[in-house]
Write a protein that binds this ligand. Sequence first.
Ligand code: PNS
Length: 160
Amino acid sequence: MRRAACPGSYDPPTRGHLDVIRRTAAIFDEVHVLVGTNSTKTGLFTPDERVSLLAEALADLPSVRTHVFNGLIVDYCRDNEIGTVVKGIRGAVDLDYESQMAQLNRAMTGLETLFLPAAPQWAAISSSLVRDIARMGGSFDQFVTPGIAASTRKKLAAGS
Ligand code: PNS
């Protein structure tokens, strides 16, 4: 069984995230989408809410599981017999940041990281920009699924 992990903050999941997860599912037998809990300071959705958004958007892929995870990626991967992390790369800034994590993860346990180039149509999207546009009332529907767009509007309305 070839297993991969796709860790991230996913606040909210974008079409770029979903594209990388779907491409990973086409390569590996099982994909664990991991919602990290370490960068929730300015979070919009709770980690459990992000898991629900991802699970709904990926419901047609039986090989994809979505979990909240705490702690180190290397520990989760060791405990769940996952040998590879897959990350989407939008450009040089992502590559720089992700390369550092990839090097340290490999040094710690031998966990490998594969980089997938972001699809050009999603290469400029980030969750933080989607949150900004949504908070200021702009149109962000093209960057997320209809369900995630609706949940984002509902969440912002509830918080304002
Ligand atoms: O979407 P993001 O914000 O780039 O995701 C960051 C995340 C959650 C993947 C990253 O912070 C992470 O891997 N956290 C887990 C803790 C860990 O393993 N850190 C050491 C990496 S060398």
